[in-house]
Design a protein around this ligand. Structure first.
Ligand code: FMN
Length: 354
């Protein structure tokens, strides 16, 4: 076990079973990356070689990003970049500040390498988030903002809640992810119906400028429902899709699995890849897909790429395997690209479909 894992992997691993510990891990990363020497050490320990790609007019040093929910209030942005992520997604942010659901609301199912959370969009709210982003570091990697709906906002006003957050934060981020798929805000997933989704996207697009708008979907929808959402996204010229959010299904019976909330991590991997393939087939590989859900190895990542994902994200595996998993995945992907005789990762996207 390397020093890097002991320093950062294990603290994140062992502390993340409580939310307080999650906060401490973010704080540790923020502090360490706040000093030149800290960044220097983090880079030596963790930063992978480049595996570049281009999408949405951005250059990504590698296709692996930080998934939404890990850094809800954009506190440790320099840290994530220093650890080697190719891009990050901060948030979910809602129009209004809110404290989320009662604690405890985050659980680990170790045997299954899964997390269950029912956070309920605890976040600073769009006003404070805009200030934090404005004052925060300017990164060399793309930063996306995950946008949700405030609990107190009525369902019929959901579109203005999303759009207000986008309007306030637009100057400070590179793109948006419209999150209508978190299971922990009452009825949020109902907004995945075509009519409501259309209204939200149209309103968001009024304020997103030239920046990409992606939709994030649930893995629990039927394939037909997913394709309905894809068609709405295509019609309204969304730049792509993030597949998938957490699941409310419970693939096995590990004790904490009985907790209510969204499940992430290994048990989500198969369905998430299936959804990616479904969308890639439906769009003939012409609509960018960000693949997320249960990636914990280069193999998982490669499967998502060759089934149609252009970019990837991770959350849960950071908790179980530490920050070293970033390098492990990127270097593993690099090897697979080389072994397949390809010139770069972009050539691998959708390879299994050809
Ligand atoms: C504690 C926690 C909070 C999350 N919060 C958000 C969120 O605010 N918005 C969102 O779109 N996804 C959120 N997610 C879902 C992740 O972004 C990701 O889609 C999911 O965890 C699957 O990836 P993984 O298996 O690599 O963890 C959250 C996940 C966890 C575990």
């Amino acid at each position: 076990m390397g020093l890097g894992f002991k320093l950062f992997g294990r603290p994140i691993l062992s502390l993340m079973d409580s939310e307080k510990a999650h906060r401490r891990a973010i704080f540790l990363l923020k502090v360490t990356s706040g000093f030149f020497l800290g960044r220097f050490l983090l880079k030596i320990l963790y930063k992978p070689r480049n595996l570049t790609s281009e999408l949405f007019g951005f250059k990504f040093p590698n296709p692996l990003g930080l998934a939404a929910g890990m850094d809800k209030n954009a506190e440790a942005m320099t840290g994530w970049e220093t650890l080697g992520f190719g891009f990050i997604e901060v948030g979910g942010v809602t129009e209004h500040e809110q404290s989320g659901n009662p604690k405890p609301r985050m659980f680990r199912a170790d045997r299954s390498k899964a997390l269950i959370n029912r956070m309920g969009f605890n976040n600073l709210g769009s006003e404070k988030m805009a200030i934090a982003l404005d004052r925060g570091p300017k990164l060399g990697i793309p930063v996306f903002l995950n946008v949700g709906k405030s609990k107190k906002t009525k369902m019929e006003d959901a579109h203005t809640d999303y759009a207000t957050t986008v309007r306030r934060c637009e100057p400070f981020v590179d793109g948006f992810v419209v999150n209508v798929s978190s299971p922990n805000t009452p009825n949020l997933r109902d907004l995945q119906n075509e009519q409501d989704l259309e209204r939200i996207i149209l309103e968001v697009k009024k304020f997103s400028g030239s920046k990409p708008v992606l939709v994030k979907i649930s893995p629990d929808l039927s394939n037909q429902q997913i394709l309905g959402i894809v068609d709405v996204g295509l019609k309204l010229e969304c730049e792509g899709i993030v597949a998938t959010n957490t699941t409310t299904t419970r693939p096995d019976s590990d004790a904490p699995m009985q907790e209510a909330g969204g499940l992430s991590g290994s048990p989500l991997n198969t369905r998430s890849t299936e959804v990616i393939r479904l969308i890639a087939d439906h769009t003939d590989g012409n609509w960018p897909i960000v693949g997320v859900g249960g990636i914990s190895s280069a193999d998982d990542a490669w499967q998502k790429i060759i089934n149609g994902a252009s970019l990837l994200q991770i959350y849960s595996t950071l908790v179980f395997n530490g920050a070293g998993v970033i390098k492990q995945i990127i270097h593993g992907l690099e090897k697979r690209v080389r072994d397949a005789g390809l010139s770069g990762i972009e050539e691998a996207v959708g390879l299994a479909r050809r």
